[in-house]
Design a protein around this ligand. Structure first.
Ligand code: FES
Length: 320
């Protein structure tokens, strides 16, 4: 983590099924470092792992950071420990905000698309655009009403009329037709999207098939779910520096196998999102499961993310 500081959990709230929000304030009562819409912080979870969470409150606020955490069934402990082991009054160690997903300067119009917990940076963007009076619409897709965090807040907001909710289990007429929504790229209009991989694939596919320029399409993957196939198999990794071979079992990540063998690789998200664990591959063909590398970078097969990716060949030789 970058430079860190302590915050106190002022409020913990169940926002939706499996989603809790946490309102964080400086432990010494000072104003918090400023942030802009789309920013995230690193949080040291009670489990010990560091997770990135987008700030979802109005970026003009300096007395609090608001984050929301989805309890991920596949979690190795990070999100689960936030839900189960963090209470109001507890202290957490966090980093200052960073922003890899900023709003474009002076757009003529913005189309915001959120899938599930991906609402967090998108909500912050909506708050900002509403505050400065810039035109936008927000489409918020979730599996069901009871999994829709911040719905009451959005319905009570000044921008409620600009928001459409789309529920997977609702009538077909209210589902988002993303092809229709993005059918006509227009100069000055920017598209922002955040959500799980399936949602992002659908929106990015629609944007690219209708010819949206890359400079007008902005995205952030959220909580990439490790892609698992039903029949994982084990393989070996070899450390180039020593020649040592480490077996990776079918139910282990490469990071876990290396750790068990006393070899540590820096990690952060452990979900193939942040790039912290990027490792050079000298021989063998990785089975890329991340959302960090571009398609071209994955195809080069000379690096991979061992927190989530595996191997297509019986052995990978790693530059470790
Ligand atoms: S730890 Fe974030 S990509 Fe591997």
């Amino acid at each position: 983590m970058n430079s860190t500081f302590d915050v106190v959990v002022r409020r913990k709230r169940q926002e939706a099924q499996d989603i809790c929000s946490f309102e964080l304030a400086d432990a010494l009562g000072r104003p918090l470092p400023a942030f802009s819409a789309g920013a995230h912080i690193d949080v040291q979870t009670p489990h010990g792992s560091v997770r990135q969470y987008s700030l979802c409150n109005d970026a003009d606020e300096s007395h609090r950071y608001l984050i929301a955490v989805l309890k991920d069934g596949n979690s190795r402990g990070g999100s689960r420990s936030m839900h189960e082991n963090v209470s109001e009054g507890d202290r957490l160690v966090i980093s200052a905000p960073r922003n890899h997903f900023p709003l474009a300067h002076a757009p003529s119009y913005s189309i915001l698309l959120a899938g599930g917990i991906g609402i967090t940076p998108i909500l912050c963007m909506a708050e900002r655009l509403a505050r400065v009076g810039e035109g936008f619409e927000l489409h918020y897709c979730t599996r069901s009403k009871d999994r829709t965090a911040f719905a009451d807040h959005i319905r009570a907001s000044t921008f409620a009329s600009q928001v459409s909710f789309h529920f997977d289990d609702g009538p077909s007429g209210q589902r988002l037709d993303v092809g229709k929504l993005l059918a006509n790229p227009a100069a000055g209009v920017h598209v922002y999207m955040c959500g799980p991989k399936g949602f992002m694939d659908a929106v990015m596919g629609a944007a690219s098939s209708t010819g949206w320029p890359e400079s007008q399409v902005h995205y952030e993957f959220f909580g990439a779910e490790p892609m698992k196939s039903d029949a994982e198999s084990g393989f070996e990794v070899q450390l180039a520096s020593s020649g040592r071979i480490v077996a990776v079992r079918a139910d282990q990540t490469v990071i876990d196998a290396l750790e068990a063998a006393g070899v540590s690789v820096a990690t952060s998200c452990e979900q193939g999102v942040c790039g912290s664990c990027l490792t050079r591959v000298l021989e063998g063909i990785p089975d890329h499961r991340d959302v960090y590398l571009s398609a071209a970078e994955q195809a080069a097969n000379d690096q991979f993310l061992p927190c989530c990716s595996r191997s297509k060949s019986a052995r990978l030789v790693l530059d470790l």
